[in-house]
Design a protein around this ligand. Sequence first.
Ligand code: EPU
Length: 347
Amino acid sequence: MNMEIQKNVPLAEYTTLHIGGPAEYVTEVKDVPELRSAALWAKERGLPLTILGGGSNVFAADAGVRGLVARIAIAGREVVENGDEVLLTLGAGEVFDDAVLYAVSRGWWGLENLSCIPGSVGASPIQNIGAYGAEIQEVIAAVEAYDTERDETVTLLPAECAFGYRDSLFKHEAGKHYVITRVSYRLSKQPRPNLAYADVAAWDAERRARGSARGAPALADIRAAVCAIRAKKFPDWKRVGTAGSFFKNPVISPAHFERLRTRYPALVGYPTADGFVKVPLGWILDRILGLRGARAGVVGTYEGQALVLVNHGGARARELEIFADGIAQNVFDATSISIEREVTKFF
Ligand code: EPU
């Protein structure tokens, strides 16, 4: 097999947190045959295969990662238009925000609230990425994957992807044998502004108050607004080591929420479709625990958003995890909530 494999590659260079020891082997795959070769190469040697996308939601253990890390660089863009509907299919290695920009520039609705999120197209269904009142599952038409167990390519429909809040089949044991190769988004030429999220609603209200616009906002304006909101809240991952939200917002029972409200009357909660309450962990970290901008050596929480952990330079996984575990313990002590990480750790 004609594969280029590098040995002992520091993974810190490949993650936006800039944290992680060396991968035993690293290769880059540009199409499905190359992915297949990589998977077979690892299988023949009894080595684990780890899939790396844009590296914006992961960090690696200090001891590094055993086996083969395959970086997905599968390119490609296909468009099928059918009346008002547009099916945009992209290679998993495409930059997600380039796809958003492309859709917005063509006047196709559906991705704009997810503007300026780092990462690759292939990661979008894994995390069921979400922001500003939208989740990618709302526009996913199909996910193509290479099945490393059966050695075949499959197409999964949304109902088969088990999407949940920052969750999908691909994050669980049952879906670990799928490597996403292409994703199809179903977009619309009909305007469908989604302005419900507080920050976006505030922008729209201000826009109207200024008298600069009477009707619904333009697609490009929504993208610009979302990017501006993000820029205020999140560090620039090109300059600061970060993976965005480090933890998920916890989902708790209504009874638990009411108990917390008696202690913290300003705590807000958002009902979920299945009768639970999602609470903003950033608020708890900031307003209850005073942890916004907290720091322990070279790791800390971002001063603009406490849910975002930051590597101020040269942090090791161990330091980050001690800090993160300390936060989790503080949250538990104050609220009896067990929080979960949103980022993935590679071993
Ligand atoms: N808040 C504070 N202090 C803080 C942080 C937040 O008071 O330090 C309050 C905010 O004022 C707001 C609430 O907490 O009332 C929620 O904050 P925000 O709107 O910033 O969103 P979030 O819940 O912290 C989630 C996603 C983000 C996504 C934003 C916007 C998760 C884990 N995170 O953050 O996604 O961009 O909403 O929709 O669900 C990511 O997944 O990496 C990510 C960045």
